[in-house]
Ligand binder design. Structure first.
Ligand code: SF4
Length: 468
């Protein structure tokens, strides 16, 4: 599946909000996670200091990214791994496809990696005759359902248990071991069906592709946090492991990781500790290891003084779970693997704003600021949204209008003359804009303010500040 060619956010959101089942599923799931998060965060008296530490560590790393990336490369190579540099999606896909081909295998297992979804790796592998099997439970549901992920942490958040049961019964057999005929929509039964299906896959597949939550430059170590243990199977059983990781995932030292191992589980799943934290350094006995360091627009983001804070993101999804727009529109409306508030600032920066969809994303927000309040690395998402709105392409009429307004507001005497003219012409100014069009859509639900006959500044002069 691909997001290419999707309409702009308002059209996608308008369609999504008509789906009452989707809204019910999203509301239930996001409210449950957000309440869990709030309660475990409240347990820590030093949360604000942890958050500040997370922000400082990320900013320091991004300021010195080149140094830490080279340190990472040196450490991985010294530990027997191979490091590849990918400037963009095409290069990363070419490298990974080539590496899989070298093994002679035509199947790979994957543990959740948003970076590989960002670059469309599954599609590139399919073109090369290689089948990628997702092994994270939610990703498996998305893949079997020929669907798109709609949440960073719970990609199948838009699916109910009954829908998942249907997908398993209909599609599992096409991808390997079928689901049992008597499968119910009990979560344990669904998990058991997925476990048996995946176990066979792990034992028979020789190449794995992973992402990573963090990379530790001082030792060349990669870190994956997950809840199911599938990741650990995926990382250890295959003979070749290829990890595709965005260059912003670096941390300088293990000590820095300590901060994020507290911030991430509490912000994402609302847990005090993460159930499975896997770390690995270079190649191990009997396993070859390749690290693909992915740029794909990240250095361009880094060059933007306001926008670069988006690279601090640790993909916890807390901002999605509190966003009133995400809760109603769902993840698919954002047309990217990065939905919600973080998607609204990251996607237009990574992909540019040349398509109507990408140019509309900075507007997919009410600017209420709830995302900033919960972000464990203090990304000021509203600030970046406003910044990106300034850079987004605007219709010619709007540009001309803004230029004219700028000219009038530039000089007090011009503004005074414009106010007097407006006062004289006020009878001819309609309370509703003529339609149909964007202006009439605006005034349909809002009255234009009445223009006073006398401006404040003229009243002030006439009455000497209200004393006469
Ligand atoms: S922007 Fe902040 S809250 Fe949102 S996913 Fe990233 S780290 Fe989490």
């Amino acid at each position: 599946m691909t997001f290419l060619g999707m309409p702009a956010f308002p059209a996608n959101a308008a369609a999504a909000v008509r789906d009452s089942q989707l809204r019910f599923n999203l509301r239930k799931a996001t409210h449950t996670i957000r309440e869990k998060r709030a309660s475990v965060v409240a347990e820590l008296p030093d949360w604000a200091r942890l958050r500040e530490a997370g922000k400082q560590i990320k900013d320091h790393t991004l300021r010195n990214l080149e140094r830490y990336l080279l340190q990472m490369e040196e450490a991985v190579t010294a530990a027997g791994g191979h490091v590849h540099w990918a400037a963009d999606a095409r290069e990363a896909n070419r490298i990974v496809t080539g590496l899989v081909r070298e093994t002679g295998e035509s199947d790979v297992v994957k543990v959740k990696s948003m970076a590989t979804q960002e670059i469309g790796l599954n599609e590139a592998l399919a073109e090369a005759g290689i089948t990628a099997y997702e092994t994270d439970l939610a990703e498996l549901i998305v893949q079997l359902g020929d669907d798109w992920p709609s949440h960073i942490l719970v990609p199948a958040i838009h699916r109910s248990r009954a829908e998942i049961r249907e997908i398993f019964l209909e599609k599992m057999a096409d991808w390997g071991r079928p689901a049992p005929e008597e499968l119910t929509d009990d979560p344990r039964a669904l998990a058991e069906a997925a476990r048996r299906h995946l176990r066979e896959r792990f034992l028979s597949t020789k190449v794995a592709i992973s992402g990573a939550n963090f990379m530790i430059a001082e030792t060349g170590t990669l870190v994956v946090l997950e809840s199911e243990g599938n990741g650990r199977m995926c990382l250890t059983l295959p003979k070749t492991l290829i990890s595709v990781v965005g260059i912003e995932k670096l941390l300088p030292t293990w000590r820095d990781l300590e901060v994020f191992l507290q911030l991430l589980p509490r912000s994402s799943t609302g847990e005090r500790m993460n159930p499975y934290t896997s770390t690995w350094t270079g190649a191990t006995e009997g396993q070859e290891f390749h690290l693909v360091l992915l740029d794909n627009g990240r250095t361009r983001v880094l060059a933007d003084e306001v926008g670069r804070q988006a690279l601090r993101c640790i993909r916890c999804s807390a901002c999605l779970n509190v966003c009133p727009v995400y809760e109603r529109a769902g993840g698919h409306a954002y047309g990217s693997v990065y939905p919600g508030p973080i998607g609204a600032i990251l996607t237009p920066q990574l992909r540019g704003m040349s398509s109507p969809l990408d140019a509309s994303l900075p507007y997919a927000s009410t600017l209420c600021g709830a995302c900033y309040d919960v972000c464990p690395v203090a990304i000021d998402i509203p600030e970046v949204l406003v910044h990106l709105r300034g850079r987004a392409p605007h219709p010619r009429a709007e540009r001309l209008g803004m230029r004219a307004a700028g000219w009038v507001f530039d000089r007090p005497e011009r503004l005074a003359r414009a106010e007097r003219l407006a006062g004289r012409l006020r009878r001819f100014v309609p309370r509703r804009a003529p339609g149909p069009g964007p202006l009439s859509a605006w005034t349909e639900t809002r009255d234009l303010p009445e223009i006073p006959a006398e401006s404040f500044r003229d009243w002030w002069t006439r009455t000497d500040g209200g004393t006469r």
